[in-house]
Design a protein around this ligand. Structure first.
Ligand SMILES: [Zn+2]
Length: 270
């Protein structure tokens, strides 16, 4: 009888541990595994930009680096929403907020995401896309870590890094801007040919995930998936176009996602 009691106790204990583990380690992650431009796409865009035929600011490899722009002053209100783009490297898993990634990537002991190899001019160019994309929403887009640290409400850090630990061009948890433990998300610059125009687009895309957006996907008439990434959508793929927030099918063919309505709910309009 005593043995049976101990056995039941062990089963209960094991189930509890399992539930706790699942809850703490598995926030929903974006599947950006196939979101990468091809070399052909990259070369076509470089040629088009050189001719001045496409929008966007092309990189100028020969240009001397410009000084880091003066960051804006810290916001007066700690409740200000912040999008922080970090080019300076980050320790992952060394603090509570990034342990999710440490467990996703390895055994939880953590790793260092290296600083970006982009030039200062390229980093400035990267910022153009998120600044423009979120311009109508009540959120500050910054490179200043102090602005990010001062904020206590909705905020999301994107680490732009050559340290690539997942397939695709970036990765994020869905809705992570509102998580109390504030895990970062990532953009893998080398998957994007270190091309500022593409890197900026994926910063916006990953920040979209952090603001609760799923992918905009395209479906066949019979509702089978045609493409995980709708062409021309910021939450799809838009390498050589400006890219838009749209209303369209997302996680299923009848799951209509209104990007702008969700962003307005999460970030509010200016
Ligand atoms: Zn994505």
């Amino acid at each position: 009888m005593k043995k049976i009691f101990i056995l039941i106790l062990l089963v209960i204990l094991f189930s509890c541990q399992k539930t706790t583990l699942k809850l703490t380690l598995t926030p929903k992650m974006s599947d950006d595994s196939q979101l990468v431009p091809t070399r052909e796409q990259f070369q076509a865009d470089i040629v088009a930009n050189a001719r001045g035929g496409k929008p966007g600011k092309p990189d100028k490899p020969g240009k001397p680096p410009t000084p880091t722009p003066e960051p804006p002053s810290p916001p007066p209100s700690t409740g200000t929403k912040i999008i922080y783009v970090n080019f300076d490297g980050a320790w992952i898993g060394q603090d509570g907020r990034n342990n999710d990634w440490a467990y996703q990537v390895g055994d939880g002991s953590g790793f260092y995401a290296l600083p970006s190899n982009l030039t200062e001019a390229q980093k400035d160019s990267v910022m153009d896309d998120p600044i423009l994309s979120f311009s109508e929403y009540n959120v500050v887009v910054t490179r200043d870590s102090n602005v990010y640290k001062a904020a206590t409400g909705w905020k999301q850090e994107t680490v732009v890094t050559p340290t690539k630990f997942a397939s695709g061009s970036g990765v994020s948890f869905i809705g992570s801007g509102a998580f109390s433990w504030h895990p970062v998300n990532f953009v893998f610059e080398e998957s994007l040919f270190s091309y500022a125009l593409y890197v900026g687009k994926i910063v916006t895309h990953e920040q979209g995930h952090a603001a609760e957006l799923h992918h905009q996907s395209t479906y066949n008439p019979d509702c089978t998936l045609y493409s995980r990434y709708t062409d021309g959508a910021k939450m799809g793929a838009h390498w050589s176009t400006i890219g838009l927030w749209i209303t369209g099918p997302s996680t299923c063919c009848t799951c209509i996602q209104p990007d702008k309505t969700i962003l307005t709910n999460v970030l509010q309009l200016k």
